[in-house]
Design a protein around this ligand. Structure first.
Ligand SMILES: [Zn+2]
Length: 155
């Protein structure tokens, strides 16, 4: 704290908890996903899984395969490509590019972001369901659940 008092000149300017907190945090780079993940229309559990995905910490099959935990790295949902983060979020990134085009209304943007976060969460859930229950959830069912959740949250 003494370094903070010296470098920020708090002795003369006065100390505030907010200034002290910012100093303790240090400088942090701006990241482009902040508004997506911490959108207040998101359901917290959706934000949490998206945050883990952004940090590439989901235990996807490509990682488990490299560790020797599973014998196949194929995607559990489609089986056509290796299951990795790019495969999981490729469609979400493209959906954002398409859906956000021309959107000026900040509320509509938040709703679209909430849908994308919910989509990522439910893809992760469906992937886990297909592994543990040996059955793939129908996409139509996922869409209905996402619609209900996002509408309830954004009201
Ligand atoms: Zn797939």
């Amino acid at each position: 704290m003494k370094a903070g008092f010296d470098s920020r000149n708090w002795t003369d300017k006065g100390y505030s908890i907010g200034e002290g907190y910012k100093w303790l945090q240090g400088s942090m780079p701006d990241v482009r996903w902040t508004k997506w993940i911490w959108n207040n229309f998101n359901i917290p559990k959706h934000s949490f899984i998206a945050w883990i995905a952004i940090h590439d910490r989901l235990r996807l099959r490509n990682k488990l395969f490299k560790l020797g935990i599973c014998e196949d790295e194929a995607c559990l949902l489609c089986g056509t490509e290796p299951e990795n983060l790019h495969h999981l979020d490729y469609s979400i990134e493209n959906a954002w590019k398409i859906w956000s085009r021309g959107l000026k209304d900040p509320i509509k943007k938040k709703v679209v972001l909430a849908v994308l976060t919910a989509l990522l969460y439910h893809i992760w859930l469906a992937r886990n369901h297909s592994y543990w229950k040996k059955a793939v959830i129908h996409p139509e069912k996922l869409c209905k659940v996402i619609c209900v959740e996002v509408i309830e949250r954004s009201q």
